[in-house]
Design a protein around this ligand. Structure first.
Ligand code: PLP
Length: 297
């Protein structure tokens, strides 16, 4: 089943002052362009879970997420298209006015339950809430199926062409899928967007099953931590959009592309390299900003 608006994600060569095409080739896989709601890596991480929910004859998908969660938006939209009900556990009390993202998922039929920070932290689903016909998915789609689904991202590219593949890492699920699917000899780089590198490494090491590729988490590009977005990052996003017409988000892809530019400028990624950057989509975080901050939306 292909629920996308488009058949295939497209690949765009990165035209930017940091790339001298005569000595480095850099492509961007525009997963952000797949679909307005199922954008980016989230669909790939969800697909096998949803298939299992259908196979087990489950009626409702229950998952976790924050106020500006790309995962909740993708889950709500995918469930709607698959004819499944959906529900989400959200951290904190229900605010007087929900974020635009939460309003959108509610309008797609997703039921929201607000959990205390403590219960949320333990990912505890209150018993009275869960029904036998519910199917739960971890926050961000982490887990074996998430990794396996993410590995199919590389089915859409000629993966033998690339010496390096780079992506943003939240839970690291997408990164792990890419590592497992990359061609022998390739180097896969993850740019963590939160400080807890050990949590990422811990959760992904169990799932890595490809020793023919090198991989590394490159720290130092977190900009203060998860969803933190100093003015300099916002300026980078506007500048980068003017240079490339590529929109980025404050949580993941702005930090990813900024890291890529810096890595291309230094010779960490050396001459002769052929690089694939995964634009993992998901622009929900930008909706938390005032409307005049970014020159694109
Ligand atoms: C969720 C998300 C990520 C992080 O993916 P993980 O598999 O959790 O590492 C990266 N980019 C975007 C746009 C996302 O929405």
């Amino acid at each position: 089943m292909n629920p996308f608006r488009f058949e295939k994600p497209f690949i765009q060569p990165l035209v930017h002052p940091a790339v001298q095409p005569e000595n480095k080739e850099v492509d961007v896989l525009r997963l952000d362009q797949l679909d307005p709601l199922l954008s980016g890596n989230k669909w790939f991480k969800l697909t096998l879970y949803l298939q299992e929910a259908l196979d087990l004859n489950k009626k409702r998908v229950v998952t976790f997420g924050g106020a500006w969660s790309n995962h909740l938006l993708a889950t709500a939209a995918a469930c709607q298209r698959y004819g499944l009900a959906s529900a989400a556990l959200v951290r904190g009390e229900r605010p007087a006015k929900c974020s635009q993202t939460l309003q959108d998922v509610e309008s797609m039929g997703m039921q929201l339950y607000f959990l205390s920070r403590q219960d949320y932290g333990q990912k505890k689903i209150p018993e009275q809430l869960l029904m036998p016909t519910d199917y739960t998915i971890n926050e961000g789609g982490t887990g074996a199926y998430g990794v396996q689904g993410a590995s199919t991202i590389l089915d859409h590219v000629d993966k033998h062409k690339y010496t390096h593949i780079i992506c943003a890492a939240g839970t690291g699920t997408t990164l792990t899928g890419l590592i497992n699917a990359a061609a022998p000899g390739c180097t896969v780089l993850g740019i963590p967007v939160l400080h807890d590198r050990q949590a990422i490494e811990g959760s992904l090491k169990n799932f890595i099953c490809n020793s023919a590729v090198k991989w590394q988490l490159l720290v130092g590009y977190e900009w203060g931590g998860y969803a933190k977005h100093p003015d300099a990052l916002l300026s980078f996003m506007n500048e980068f959009y003017k240079q490339t017409s590529i929109p980025t988000d404050i949580v993941y892809t702005a930090k990813l592309f900024n890291a890529c530019i810096r890595l291309l400028e230094t010779d960490f990624i050396g001459p002769g390299s052929r690089v694939l950057i995964i634009h993992s989509g998901g622009l929900q975080g930008n909706r938390s900003l005032a409307t005049d901050v970014l020159c694109f939306s």
